[in-house]
Design a protein around this ligand. Structure first.
Ligand code: PEP
Ligand code: MG
Length: 320
């Protein structure tokens, strides 16, 4: 039992008809790692690395980043830790980097776009730290890139991983190449999911941003909160398409947006075919129970019906 009395399911979970679903934690700070493990997380499905850059005056050195990631891998020796490369811009700001003001920050130089800035070595430093940690930490490291919209961006990010390997070879330092993934957060990523899945090992759907961009509804603006809802059929169809394309090209596909932590939609997400759900640790026990109470074949049929409805309220009726 967790401190608040929740029943913790420690082992991995499967649906009643045997389909295993990985239930992982979203982690934003190192202090959250142990509590996530205590609540039954199979691993970390989203490690937000912005914390390393916040509340300080200059970026962290490679060694500090290496240690932080190695610690995460040591906390989940049997599981996998998916680290997201630095995701700044939009709602995530870091004052000392002196980034230019943008009129539409959510449509600006966010996520991978900033990492690929040729005038910055932040991305190269982070990738070297990650590759070293992959070799030394106990668990498995996977690395994913945020806000990718084009195949060119993905190929540039993969080339940066190749460059990090070459740098470490030259230094004679141990490293391991992690599995690589793309976050599906933009409509373009949904439509290009097949091309991404051919080039990486996994996709992870970030429904917070994906909903914002599919619905054109600011994730921070309450006035459009009714539109910023991933159970709108437009978003659900985008999720379905992404899962289908990932599987067609042998990539596994997870979800790490807030939607993944809502037990009311667990059956829908299992029915749509997601392989992994990653959420804030508090919701893990409830979602594990929801998975174990789901029958995969029935969930698939319900998901198919959900893909035929026209409105959010019809969708809610279908999945009730
Ligand atoms: C998302 O956009 O769904 C996501 C998981 O990333 P963040 O909330 O950190 O933007
Ligand atoms: Mg996001």
């Amino acid at each position: 039992r967790a401190d608040d009395g929740a029943d913790v399911v420690e082992e991995s979970v499967a649906t009643s008809d045997g389909r295993e679903i990985e239930v992982a934690a979203n982690v934003g700070r190192p202090e959250e790692l142990e509590p996530a493990a205590a609540r039954g997380a199979d691993g970390v499905g989203l490690y937000r690395t912005e914390f390393l850059f916040l509340d300080r005056q200059s970026p962290p050195e490679e060694d500090e980043q290496y240690e932080a990631v190695r610690d995460a891998l040591d906390t989940f020796p049997e599981g996998r830790v998916v680290v997201r490369t630095l995701d700044i811009g939009g709602d995530k700001r870091i004052p000392y980097l002196n980034l230019p003001d943008e009129e539409n920050p959510f449509l600006g130089e966010r996520g991978i776009r900033r990492s690929l800035d040729p005038d910055s070595d932040l991305f190269a430093t982070q990738l070297r730290a990650l590759l070293r940690a992959a070799a030394d930490g106990a668990g498995e490291l996977d690395v994913m890139f945020p806000l990718v919209a084009t195949v060119d961006e993905l190929e540039a990010a993969i080339a940066a991983v190749d460059d990090a390997e070459a740098d470490l070879d030259e230094r004679g330092v141990d490293y391991e190449r992690p599995s690589l993934g793309v976050m599906v957060e933009t409509p373009s990523a949904v439509f290009m999911a097949d091309e991404f899945a051919k080039r990486v090992d996994f996709l992870s759907i970030g429904t917070n941003d994906l909903t914002q961009y599919v619905m054109a509804a600011d994730r921070e603006n309450e006035r459009v909160g009714h539109l910023h809802d991933p159970t709108h059929p437009g978003v659900v169809r985008a999720i379905a398409r992404t899962v289908e394309q990932a599987h067609e090209h042998d990539a596994w596909v997870g979800m790490c947006g807030e939607m993944a932590g809502n037990p009311d939609v667990t059956e829908l997400l299992v029915g749509l075919g997601l392989d992994e759900l990653s959420m804030s640790a508090v919701t893990i026990p409830d979602v594990k129970v929801a998975v174990s109470e789901t029958e995969h074949s029935a969930a698939r049929e319900r998901a198919e019906s959900a893909l035929r409805v026209a409105t959010r309220s019809e969708l809610h009726e279908t999945i009730q």
